[in-house]
Unconditional design. Sequence first.
Length: 277
Amino acid sequence: MSEKQRILIISGPNAGGKSVCLKTVGLLQYMLQCGLLIPMHERSHAGIFSNIFIDIGDEQSIEDDLSTYSSHLTNMKIMMKNCNERSLILIDEFGGGTEPQIGGAIAEAVLKRFNQKQTFGVITTHYQNLKHFAEDHEGVVNGAMLYDRHLMQALFQLQIGNPGSSFAVEIARKIGLPEDVIADASEIVGSEYINADKYLQDIVRDKRYWEGKRQTIRQREKHMEDTIARYQAEMEDLQKSRKEIIKKVPLDFLTKAYMGLHDLELDLAVKKVGGAP
């Protein structure tokens, strides 16, 4: 994350890993601030926050007269009042627990305040308006939990840059909901929504495909770089060996020549002493 991508909005299907991703971020950040080593890429960067605000799970309470939605709103009020550019907010199912239209509108208004305060955060949601907000406002970015719609199973991989699809129709069809019910539901939401959802799925699929291609190219480039480096090292070793051989050959040659001449002189001296012609 950076100054231009401070708040990550994660969307995707149910049981696709959104909450697990959110909790992992919170756990790793807390471990880091406790001075513990955390698993991360060698090029990754991590920050230290003055405050970490968390809204995960259901905090409804009969004793405190709090419904699920009331407890979420209470937490939102506290976060908006106290968060700043040194804060991290972690919110699961942002705006959930009430009628979707007003819940989404309130969630968008709260998200706008978070963004204005330059705070950092990770938020999970199903609301379309929050996905659109992330596309239209600097400081907020979409992220999708990838899902294999052919195998109909979650991949538990986060892809930043595009919103995720809920795959609601596909999951309903996999579960075995009657086809006429699915058709009625599709007609109720309208073809525009269904087409937009399919468009999102196609974007994620294509991006995943090209990401795989890019990863393959990177691996091949790395292999080529390693091969070139190995060849260069071998060439340098050969050059060193060649220079050493060139230095050694004249000395050996002269030594052998000298020893040969010395042996020849001895033979001649012996022959003279023996009276040989």
